[in-house]
Design a protein around this ligand. Structure first.
Ligand SMILES: Cc1ncc(COP(=O)(O)O)c(C=O)c1O
Length: 311
């Protein structure tokens, strides 16, 4: 059953093979730490997810960080390390989890090809959201065949739990033997696997395409509302829409008061985001009704005014 899910995901993503891990965190950390060693180099966006950062640390490779989405800064690092004797991994989130912005994947693929790097993307927040039937950023940004390793999670749009890695058959066989969270920890029970299989069947259908359209219509509607109300929603380009607050105490109070009024918007502060950049993290889903979104926006406006987030 587990292997049927892996085949299904590989087919969906149009790659040779796939391995399913217990979580997206385990997929990133287990993959990076398996493919790199202390003689290798990783070039990583500064806002990459913690599971990538931990995988890099576990690998004992040298870590070089480039400024968020700054391809010129990424190239500066690659120039400085162009004669690196070991393997080089260029790694980015496809959609950044706290800001909702999208990686400049075509430009990063150009750099990976120019400087002979392995290219890896964590598509946790774009699986089921971007690309045809939610195939992710590689499909959305037309980078087919240019990304060696695509990671995704089964815990967000897919609605269950787990993570997966897609790539060549050689890569996946290597991970079966060397990725420690896969080897040394129990896999999902059948109910989880069956849920994921059903979710991919749905995604890859007309009904799935309709749900994704609805998700984007809801996203655009809600973002427009928040902006019109005067909230700063940062650089988001996806359903993850932050409401910037700045002060962490105020962000947590904002979240608590909203919850008391029936609206869930989690507060995020340091160390998940930088100090002084605390925010609420709102996310709409495909099955929200317009009335739900109107009510949420009205409540956010009322509490936001009371706390002085908007005037
Ligand atoms: C970008 C990103 N990658 C990986 C993960 C980890 O996924 P999971 O929750 O399935 O462990 C998350 C979030 O939790 C994430 O936001």
């Amino acid at each position: 059953m587990h292997m049927d899910l892996e085949k299904q995901i590989a087919q969906f993503k149009n790659v040779e093979a796939c391995v399913v891990f217990q979580s997206g965190f385990a997929a990133n950390a287990g993959t990076v730490s398996a493919i790199l060693g202390k003689e290798d180099l990783v070039i990583s966006d500064e806002l990459n997810h913690a599971s990538i950062i931990d995988g890099c640390r576990l690998s004992r490779a040298t870590i070089k960080v480039f400024k968020h989405k700054d391809t010129a800064d990424c190239e500066r690092v690659l120039q400085e390390t162009k004669d690196w004797p070991g393997k080089k991994l260029l790694i980015t989130d496809g959609v950044f989890s706290m800001d909702g912005d999208i990686a400049n994947l075509p430009a990063l693929c150009d750099l990976a090809e120019k400087y002979n790097c392995i290219m890896m993307v964590d598509d946790a927040h774009s699986s089921g959201v971007l690309g045809k039937n939610g195939r992710g950023t590689v499909d959305h940004l037309n980078c087919h065949g240019r990304v060696d390793i695509q990671v995704g999670t089964l815990s967000k749009a897919v609605g269950s739990i787990g993570g997966y890695v897609c790539g060549s058959a050689d890569l996946i066989h290597f991970l079966y033997q060397r990725a420690r969270p896969f080897l040394f920890s129990t896999s999902h029970p059948p109910a989880v696997t069956a849920t994921c299989q059903a979710a991919f069947e749905l995604l890859d259908s007309e009904a799935g395409e309709k749900l994704i359209k609805k998700l984007w219509a809801n996203t655009k509607f809600f973002k427009r509302k928040l902006k019109k109300l005067g909230f700063n929603t940062g650089h988001s380009e996806t359903p993850i829409t932050p409401i910037m607050v700045g002060d962490a105490g105020k962000a947590f109070q904002f979240s608590r008061e909203l919850f008391d009024e029936g609206v869930f918007a989690g507060a995020i502060g340091f160390p998940t985001v930088a100090e002084g950049k605390a925010r609420l993290r709102t996310i709409v889903i495909a099955t929200h009704k317009r009335a739900d979104l109107e009510r949420a926006a009205d409540t956010i406006a009322r509490v936001g005014k009371k706390l002085g987030v908007i005037s």
